[in-house]
Design a protein around this ligand. Sequence first.
Ligand code: MIC
Ligand code: SF4
Length: 651
Amino acid sequence: MTVMGKTITQKIIENHLVSGRFAPGEEIAVRIDQTLTQDATGTMAYLQLEAMKIDRVKTELSVSYIDHNTIQIGFENADDHRYLQSVARRYGIYFSRAGNGICHQVHLERFGKPGKTLLGSDSHTSTAGALGMLAMGAGGLDVALAMAGEPFYFDCPRVIRINLTGGLPSWVSAKDIILRILEIFTTKGNVGYVFEYGGDGLSTLSVPERATIANMGAECGVTTSVFPSDEMTRRFLRAEGREKDWSEIKPDLDVVYERTIEINLSELVPMMAKPHSPDNVSPVRTAGEILVNQVCIGSCTNSSYKDLVTIAKILRGRHVHEGVSLVITPGSRQVLENLASNGYLADLLGAGARLTESSCGFCIGASHSPESGGVSVRTSNRNFPGRSGTEDAEVYLASPETAAAAAVTGKLIDPRNMPLPYPGTEMPERFQVNDDMIIEPEADMASAKIIRGPNIGQPPENDPLPADISGEVAIKVGDKITTDHIMPAGARMKYRSNIPKYAEFVFEALDKKFYKRAIKTRKAGRHNIIVAGLSYGQGSSREHAAVCPMYLGVKAVLAKSFERIHAANLINFGILPLIFKDEKAYDGIDQGDQLAIHGIRKIIEENRAIIVQNTMKGINFEVTCNLSRRQRDILLAGGALNLVKKKADHA
Ligand code: MIC
Ligand code: SF4
């Protein structure tokens, strides 16, 4: 029998396998070495961790970051921060204080290690794949379970090799590579895949550039993206003073991938994602005459030292166009301190940039929303409608080079037309490192008091799955509905720890009357059902997109397909993710229709076919739900927390 070589993905998975085998499509469980949370998903995650009644976290390393809600209008976010700091102290978790930077950038700099597994309650946790980690985004409850020592369950992925050859031309950078990949793969249809990068083109890509690419794999909906750990990785870790954390990871020579895509870097050109999806990609040169009102540089995608030095060099001695507001957000305090020490901050400020704290800020509409109908060019990763905080803004995603060119000229132009030689930037041999904003776990944890302000609620309880589902189609939506559509972030994000309040905004972006309708049905003792098209739940990992609908009595979502993290979140909170067996059934349903699934509890127990009755139209149709025994138990219990609590009570 010939033994086939292994991909990096398979090697890391097999080194961490707790149950199952490396067989694509089958559910497996892996041990999680590291976890990360951020404040917007962290409060729920830690409230759930508290319910698990453990003494301390069981991972090698867990970090709690404050980076999303740092504007702090009102007391709510500050209360969240204080709660999170006290929980970190109680359970032995590193705490990265507000202002220290965006979780993914800081994790790359200070904590990530090749060959390890990382689970984070943020969809862009995949960024750490740039270090040769298996880094995956998940809902807060799954991350809490990992902290409690439980393995992480997911479908064993299929691995696609993305072979990068050649070298990038001047003015073309990592963002253009991933935008090209988004053009090829789009944002849907990639569930269950991992992108594994290789090829001689890698020798020119530093870790922060790889991070930009691994970060936006999340937009394709893949499980994660993985780079080898090579000399470039070693150089980055050495520059961070962490060379001891380096180890080599590469695929075997005779490995066979599910599919291989070739990208010749030397043929790439500056790219942009036009409104309103990261896969609406074209070369920037095709933009036509687009006047730009705002340029935002930063977010976890492109806020590294290398990115911002390149910007500083482009802006040096120039001025931001009078029609443009230029916002720059360094990804971490480390980036900011290094820019300051090396004189680049002066270039940015001198040109008229508005410098912000190192946080998510503009990326999630938590600050710097553009003007009405404004055009904003951003180096971030998502341009979903309304995400910037301005409903009718036109957001373009582009590289730092294209963004800088727009800032100076006031137009969306191909940066190759800039009248200066490309000021490419080398990575420094050594970064100035300062960990003073990270609080390390202490020895005397048990006595630490957890502090809860009035904004900290409890995760809502859910009943076990009822015998029958009988209710109303509360909303019918189309394809590619993102979690930003389901559960708005931005100004609403301050209610993340207060589910009854946050639930008032479910589907706010699509239908402002949804909440009233849904709560009325729930109060009448009936169930709510959501009907959706392809790729439901794209984007973020926020479990609130499941928790708040659960609170409103949603028992099932009927869709043509689901995205990975959202489907897992629905199950975790006791909502059935049901897929139309024949997509035509979708066409026959309208909002307000009465649907019934008789005997659903028994059906799930016995794993039988599910028939939905449209009692208003007299039509029956079949839906499928490919569930493991573990997932069926979670659904029957009314969510994972109910199961966990039962286990904790019997311990
Ligand atoms: C995002 O980029 O949409 C977020 C905000 O970081 C989310 C997490 C959240 O909603 O808190 C994500 O990507 O998972
Ligand atoms: Fe923060 Fe934006 Fe990155 Fe999400 S995508 S973690 S909001 S910077």
